[in-house]
Design a protein around this ligand. Structure first.
Ligand code: NAD
Ligand code: ZN
Length: 265
């Protein structure tokens, strides 16, 4: 009888050892971490863009040219949501989101930079979080960055900011739109302190999000990758594990907790 060999166990143990040794680990997450919550990724086999093509690259230009008309389209889409909007509205965090919130709770992950707009890290209990591409359930003033819940369609198009009178849009960052400076600042501050980075469910091709992770690796600190498929950064990682994030992150977190519970030597 042949014993079944777990292909990931050794890598999981190595990843856990690195995490447990780190003093300031930050994480970069992408669409793949939410795939098991039923939200499709953009790229890859079943990706939305692979199936339907990429959206126009001048979205922000269209918004800036006529914010009132842009808001009319938003209102229309709210009434007839597209696939991504409809799925995000009902999605719940999965094991990977919860595992990462647990890694924060036990003091290992200090900050998560997510490229996702689905709000699932927050829903899972993560507190130290930058949603670098915004959050689909928030509105944001383009002048002062004040954010507020996007509960219902505003009465006037475009809505105006309570604080400064600036034009308000959805918080989700569009193609062509600058990343809000408060987000960039936070990512810069957090990644500058990091001595380890774990990338979960991201192809790591979107700039500047991926650059914050690379910078940590370039300073000689370990990078860990947890992703279904290999990516362009896999070969630069101290550990790269390729399978679904839900199971892998749960197992890595369990190992980290085992290590940290051990009495000191
Ligand atoms: P991506 O779509 O480019 O890549 C996703 C990666 O996740 C792929 O490498 C894929 O192999 C991996 N993956 C798929 N299922 C997985 C699973 N179960 N476990 C682990 N990995 C899995 O995503 P990206 O790098 O985040 O960049 C695309 C952009 O799309 C981001 O800017 C993001 O804002 C946006 N986006 C967000 C959402 C969301 O909010 N949930 C969904 C789709 C796209
Ligand atoms: Zn404002």
């Amino acid at each position: 009888m042949t014993e079944s060999v777990d292909p990931h166990q050794e890598l999981i143990e190595r990843a856990a050892a690195i995490l447990a040794e780190s003093h300031y680990c930050i994480a970069l997450t992408g669409a793949g971490i939410s795939a098991e919550s039923g939200i499709p990724t953009f790229r890859g086999k079943d990706g939305l863009w692979t199936k339907h093509g990429e959206p126009p690259l001048n979205q922000y230009e269209q918004f800036s040219a006529d914010p009132a008309e842009w808001w009319q389209n938003v209102a229309e889409r709210r009434r007839h949501p597209d696939e991504l909007t409809a799925t995000i509205a009902t999605a719940q965090p999965n094991d990977a989101h919860y595992a990462m919130a647990e890694l924060e709770r036990i003091g290992v992950i200090k900050h998560i930079i997510t490229q996702n707009v689905d709000g699932l890290h927050r829903a899972a209990g993560t507190g130290s979080l930058t949603e670098i591409h915004g959050c689909s359930t928030l509105l944001r003033c383009i002048s002062c960055n004040t954010r507020s819940p996007f509960d219902e369609i505003p009465e006037l198009f475009p809505p105006r900011c309570d604080q400064c009178g600036g034009i308000v849009k959805t918080d989700t960052v569009m193609f062509g739109e600058p990343i809000p400076p408060d987000c960039l600042q936070r990512c810069y501050e957090e990644s500058s302190k990091a001595d380890c980075v774990i990338l979960v469910g991201t192809t790591a091709v979107v700039s500047p999000a991926a650059d914050f992770a690379f910078a940590i690796g370039q300073r000689g600190h370990p990078m860990i990758e947890v992703n279904l498929d290999p990516t362009i950064i896999s070969r630069y990682c101290a550990v790269a594990i390729h399978d679904k994030a839900g199971e892998l992150m749960s197992r890595i977190t369990a190992e980290v907790k085992d290590i940290l519970d051990e009495p000191p030597a």
